[in-house]
Design a protein around this ligand. Sequence first.
Ligand code: NCD
Ligand code: ZN
Ligand code: ZN
Ligand code: ZN
Length: 352
Amino acid sequence: MIRLPGLIDIHVHLREPGEEYKEDFSTGTSAALKGGITTVLAMPNTHPPLLDRESLRAAAELAKKKAYCDYGIYLGGGEHNAAKAADVAEEAAGLKLYLNATYGPLLLEHVSSWMAHFEHWPANRPIVAHAEDKTLAAFLMLSYLYHKPVHVCHVARKHEILLIREAKSKGLPVTCEVTPHHLFLTEADGKRLPPGRERVSPSLGTAEDVEALWDNLDVIDCIASDHAPHTLEEKDSRQPPPGFPGVENTLPLLLEAVQEGRLTREDIVEKMYENPRKLFSIPAQDETWVEVDETHNYEITGSDQFTKAKWTPFEGKKVRGIVRRVVIRSQTVYQDGKITVQPGFGKNIREA
Ligand code: NCD
Ligand code: ZN
Ligand code: ZN
Ligand code: ZN
């Protein structure tokens, strides 16, 4: 049995408010605990989206009653909310900008609104963005012009990780994350899934893209699941929404990579604990740890997940490493497949 610190997943979609049939604060945070994650940062592309003090507080109220693990909640950047969002920055995990089309109601079309967000948002929290390809280059330029720290979500392409490497080497305050699906699946793997299930944004990369991510692990600050639950009916429909559930499989997949010698346990701690804490100013959780049986062999199975999305793109994948027990603030919150605290145990990282 090994002990890890309580891990932090900086990119999850918990779908509340508005799409509780896909996930809610209770199911999403119970899935997190099963995956050894004791803090999640929830994305604002909900219904309604989280754009101001009222909507952020309404979501935080729901989380306060329902979350099993600690959480922070992002504000979303809208076309006209830059000043209002900055006003409530202290209560938010960070500011999320959707600069490319993806799932949900938030998309910033106008560079003028990106500029307004860069002007208003305080420099003590990163501006995080979904920014691919040319949009990524433009986003990095704004970081340079406004001297504000930026964080790039779910980097998936070779040229994108190389561009970020270049930006870092020039001293730009840029950080980034990658997801387990972009590290462990190629577009060829996606083609073997039932049609629709392979859809994810950014899409799965080529073998060369995947290799480039592994070759540039030192440029990758965080590993985050981008847990994006949709129902199987939706995924198997004619218009499948993009996204994979992932919060409960991230650690087992990474532990398997450790066993294969592709990653070290220190890399996991750095990218899922130390760097997330630093980047998002997340307070320490006292007397908190995760107990893992590193050698336990099993297959990932969608049907026994805690998320409401009872499927996974990793169906049948053999992994070694299972979370046995999770302790937060001296209390056992998860043990051998069972949540052992009441909903509402989790705390808002911004109320600490
Ligand atoms: C995310 C979702 O479903 O909210 N989907 C996805 O494919 N990653 C949105 C996003 O993170 O881009
Ligand atoms: Zn406008
Ligand atoms: Zn995205
Ligand atoms: Zn996402």
